[in-house]
Design a protein around this ligand. Structure first.
Ligand code: SF4
Length: 734
């Protein structure tokens, strides 16, 4: 790459930050503000943490730099609310461990600052050499659901169509792969049917494996706005914060969900509480009816930990004629060794009771990351960019034509999944990894394995905001990236709503937006001409938007970012000519699905045993999950906020039932060791009757927790099973 190109791109990146400013002088309700920090305008941005997709109002100084923020009152998602993470979204940008320059590991093993030219030369020279020696399957990327989908698309297209590699996946595999696969198989497309208004229009809201109060607090506020006095049922082994305020808590055994859902369907069919018209719009009903004969409440009671009476009562509640029932699930379902069939068991219940395509109904997955949905449509990992299939020749031709690239550059095979990529790295088939905006050395299941894997990699590139993540610390080359607030683009939230983010801060030092880094790499690799149209995020948006024509996710009616802002975000589908469509829309109101027949598929298979059941040596089941609304995943960003840190214990804690604690001679606050077959961690005991006897709970935010988790995976989605493994616990020896 030439120096002039580099300086031109750097100049573009660091230019004036004045786009989309709305002059709005006056008091912003922020109290007394020093005049040098007095806001002189505002702009808006979708929050960069969870998939709720709240819109934030950024208050700007005269240079267009955000000095504060508040939730946006008129946005149809959050209606003027934000959780603690959203309120503190600017804090992580000022952290002292921001990556401000490329870093290259020297001969002594130390990461040393280097120029972008050296970094890009090293990147291309090393990866080209590996490709030359070991072929196009020898390098893979691992990306994220946390960056704008324009950046995801550029990475996926660059890596596969420009650099000629095959394998790439994202940390969305850890959160959404189950829902993606379940929807694709059942509906013919990855199509979450809900709109958030359904929370407010249900008579019965079933939250399964979903702790909304902590994980999606603004969606819980939407539940609280429901004026129909709904029954709120939480199905969860723990008495979570949400279960404690629900009208009913169904405290089943860990992974008793699939047999329970089959038993509910058994009761509903036995009692004829079905919707015949909805069943007629489905395939596989007769086989399902026959399959369910073995799933009476009595047959599954022991597996679920519930009584026959409890199961019968629940079946009655979720199938009451004339009642609107909506089902919502998150990681308690998705992160399972049989998550796809569990999600489909929920879908099946909605299909047989007619609770789909109507207000207040639906089999609704709530996504985890801010742009999980964008990743699903555009990342070019498991699906071909724009909601297409790699295996479909007509799709490949359409994408090649749309992007102006040679047809032969598009592979017909899908990528390996995340776990398969890491396994290939362990066995030496994959020699190099490019990790973008994620931290698998903390977050991947059975994370201790990654230390050995690192030894086997010839080259590890990490591209991140911070040089301090566990993954960045072991990189050979570290590329400094801009974060949320320092770049443009779009996210898509759980209800399929596309919204924009804005540049409101300048990235520190030599850090660049991921989009710019990918452009630099394209030029350095020698394939920049193929990406000449990807000049900036909005140009990329228009390019990949046009690819969606005639797909279920058609968004060709969205002219530009300004239109998204004017409409309060827009849900897909939004094909050309959609002007006048309602702001909140659900799918399948016409009863037609995206399968070839237009009918939904009822899919099922017998529950599988727990991959790692408890035993005499490891008598506790370890549950993991979100521990607070103030921290996000691995705390990489939220851990940088003084305020958010104060809202959450710094030291790892282990929730244990008081009776189990007594049996182990433990008191609240005692230091304990928890051990699985894969590792040991230390924390403090937290005596909590909210966990059942024989179970422990550790929040996912602590680095050590995944040293314990068991590497088992859903066979359909390859999503890791984070939720249940066998451990033992004891007071830490003094
Ligand atoms: S983290 Fe989620 S709930 Fe909180 S403000 Fe951001 S989008 Fe809203």
């Amino acid at each position: 790459m030439t120096n002039s190109l580099l300086s031109r791109i750097l100049k573009q990146h660091t230019g004036p930050l004045t786009r989309d400013l709305v002059q709005e002088p006056g008091d912003f309700g922020l109290g007394k503000i020093p005049s040098r920090l007095k806001p002189v305008g505002t702009t808006t941005s979708i929050c960069g943490y969870c998939a709720t997709g709240c819109q934030l109002k950024l208050h700007l100084d005269e240079h267009g730099h955000a000095i504060n923020l508040s939730p946006q009152s008129g946005y149809p998602v959050n209606l003027g609310m934000a959780c603690p993470k959203g309120w503190q979204a600017l804090d992580p940008l000022d952290a002292p461990d921001r990556a401000t320059t490329p870093l290259l590991r020297d001969a002594s093993g130390t990461l040393q600052p280097c120029s972008w030219s050296t970094a890009l030369d090293t990147f291309t020279t090393r990866l080209k050499a590996i490709r030359e020696a070991h072929g196009h399957e020898s390098v893979a990327f691992l990306s994220t659901g946390q960056i704008p989908f324009e950046e995801m698309a550029l990475l996926g297209c660059l890596f596969k169509f420009g650099m000629g590699f095959l394998h790439g996946d994202a940390n969305t595999r850890q959160c959404m792969a189950t829902a993606v696969t379940a929807y694709k198989q059942s509906f013919g497309f990855d199509a979450p049917p809900a709109t958030y208004a359904d929370f407010e229009e249900s008579d019965v809201i079933v939250l399964i494996g979903a702790n909304l109060c902590l994980a999606h607090p603004i969606l819980w506020q939407r539940v609280m706005r429901n004026k129909r006095q709904p029954q709120i049922i939480v199905i969860d082994p723990r008495a979570t914060e949400t279960a404690q305020v629900a009208t009913q808590h169904v405290a089943l055994k860990p992974k008793g969900d699939l047999p329970l859902l089959y038993a509910l369907a058994h009761c509903i069919l036995r009692d004829g509480r079905v919707d015949s018209a909805s069943i007629a719009r489905s395939e596989g009903f007769d086989e399902f009816q026959s399959f369910l004969q073995d799933y009476s409440p009595a047959a599954v009671a022991a597996q679920t930990g519930l009584t026959v009476v409890q199961i019968e009562a629940l079946a009655h509640t979720v199938s009451e004629p004339g009642k609107r029932v909506s089902w919502w699930w998150t990681m308690g379902v998705n992160q399972s060794y049989e998550g796809v069939r569990t999600a489909q068991a929920i879908i099946n219940l909605c299909l047989i009771t007619g609770n789909i395509g109507k207000p207040g109904t639906g089999a609704n997955s709530i996504t985890g990351q801010c742009n999980a949905m964008g990743s699903r449509l555009f990342s070019n990992t498991t699906s071909l960019v724009g909601g297409h299939d790699f295996a479909n020749a007509a799709h490949r031709e359409k994408v090649a034509h749309g992007l102006g690239i040679p047809l032969e550059s598009i592979p017909s095979e899908p990528s390996l999944a995340y776990d398969q990529i890491l396994e290939a790295a362990e066995t030496g088939k994959i020699k190099a990894l490019w990790i973008v905006a994620t931290n698998p050395f903390h977050s991947w299941i059975d994370s201790g394995r990654l230390a050995d894997l690192r030894e086997k990699l010839e080259f590890l590139v990490v591209q991140d905001m911070y040089h301090s993540t566990e993954s960045a610390q072991v990189a050979d080359l570290m590329l400094p990236a801009a974060g949320w607030g320092e770049k443009d683009g779009c996210f898509i939230n759980s209800e399929r709503r596309i919204g924009t983010l804005k540049v409101v801060r300048q990235a520190p030092g030599l850090a660049l937006s991921d989009f710019r880094i990918f452009r630099l790499i394209a030029d350095a690799w020698g394939c920049g001409a193929s990406f000449a149209k990807w000049t900036h995020p909005e140009a990329a948006f228009q390019l990949i938007r046009d690819l969606t024509i005639d797909r279920p996710c058609d968004m060709t009616g969205i002219a530009d970012y300004a239109m998204l802002d004017e409409h309060g975000g827009i849900q897909w589908p939004y094909p050309a000519g959609s002007a006048g469509l309602a702001q909140e829309r659900r799918l399948f109101e016409d009863g037609i699905y995206y399968t070839d027949s237009g009918k939904a598929k009822i899919l099922f298979s017998p529950p599988a045993p727990l991959p790692e059941p408890t035993c005499g040596e490891y008598p506790f089941t370890l549950l993991t999950g979100r521990g607070t609304s103030s921290q996000w995943h691995t705390q990489t960003r939220t851990g940088k906020s003084d305020i958010l840190r104060k809202l959450y214990p710094e030291q790892l804690y282990v929730e244990i039932h008081p009776a189990d604690a007594r049996a182990l001679d433990l008191e609240d606050g005692d230091l304990v060791q928890v051990q699985s077959r894969r590792g040991t961690l230390t924390g403090s005991a937290y005596l909590a009757p909210t966990v059942q006897r024989g179970q422990l709970f550790i929040p996912m935010h602590y680095r050590e927790v995944n040293q314990l988790t068991h590497p088992s995976f859903d066979p359909h989605s390859r999503q890791p099973n984070y939720k249940a493994c066998a451990v033992r616990m004891a007071k830490r020896p003094t």
